[in-house]
Design a protein around this ligand. Structure first.
Ligand code: SF4
Length: 245
């Protein structure tokens, strides 16, 4: 059986992307294979996982890490029994680093009436291939070189090919440092797989010295992307507006 270091488990509202506003359970796994300039998440392994005591209360108890899948399944069941929930979101960090654990939890909760939602940085196609059957929705980031310091587009393209056919959308965080050239290369990577894939431009929430892109830049990026892709939306992170987890 797999086990994993989990940072937190809680019930809240999806604050980003296509399913913004939906009630979800978040299972945040430790560890990440990237180091994005705008990262606002502490991905380090901690001694304890904080688990919400009841869905949506924002009060927590500590559970010793690493967790077994059955421990997560029990929490998810309790939350689903009290609040009708759209999906269980595996997030991070990068959840595919713990793909066995995600697979085991996802398989065990399949009959709970919730979708399995994967929030990923889109760089581990081999891991996705192993659990793709267990996943319903994929929110995949494309990371621009100005954010991660290297070109990940070949990996992202491979990932898109594996994810294609799922309920899939792509998210690109745009900052003041994002260049038109790197953005258009990312758009082209999506278009090569299918111009019908939804692309979401997420204006960066300023952090760690990373500044916001201007409104003009966001609008011009959207206009250019719309010449190659059918559906391009601008959606900021919303959970932070109302202090949700
Ligand atoms: S992929 Fe996500 S969790 Fe990992 S460093 Fe980047 S923003 Fe942070």
């Amino acid at each position: 059986m797999s086990s994993a270091f989990v940072t937190e488990i809680f019930s809240s509202v999806q604050g980003e992307g296509k399913y913004i506003g939906c009630r979800q359970i978040f299972v945040r796994l430790a560890d990440c294979n990237l180091n994005c300039a705008f990262c606002d998440t502490d991905c380090r392994r901690a001694e304890n996982c904080r688990v919400e005591t009841a869905a949506g209360t924002a009060t927590f108890r500590d559970v010793k890490n690493p967790l077994e899948p059955a421990q997560v399944v029990e929490v998810v069941k309790n939350f689903c029994d009290t609040v009708p929930t759209q999906a269980v979101s595996f997030t991070g960090g990068e959840p595919l680093l713990n793909w066995r654990f995600v697979r085991d939890v996802a398989t065990a909760i399949k009959n709970f009436g919730v979708k399995i939602f994967l929030e990923t940085n889109g760089t581990l196609p081999d891991a996705l291939e192993k659990i793709s059957d267990a996943v319903d929705i994929i929110s995949m980031d494309i990371k621009l070189p100005s954010v991660v310091g290297r070109n990940l587009l070949p990996l992202h393209e491979k990932f898109l090919q594996v994810a294609y056919g799922k309920d899939l959308y792509v998210k690109i965080v745009v900052a003041d440092s994002s260049t038109r050239e790197e953005f258009l290369s990312a758009v082209e990577t999506v278009a090569k797989v299918d111009a019908g894939i939804l692309l979401i431009l997420q204006p960066v929430t300023p952090v760690n010295g990373v500044g916001a892109a201007s409104a003009e830049k966001i609008l011009s990026f959207q206009a250019e992307a719309l010449r190659r892709l059918q559906d391009v939306r601008v959606i900021p992170q919303t959970h932070k507006f109302i202090n949700l987890l």
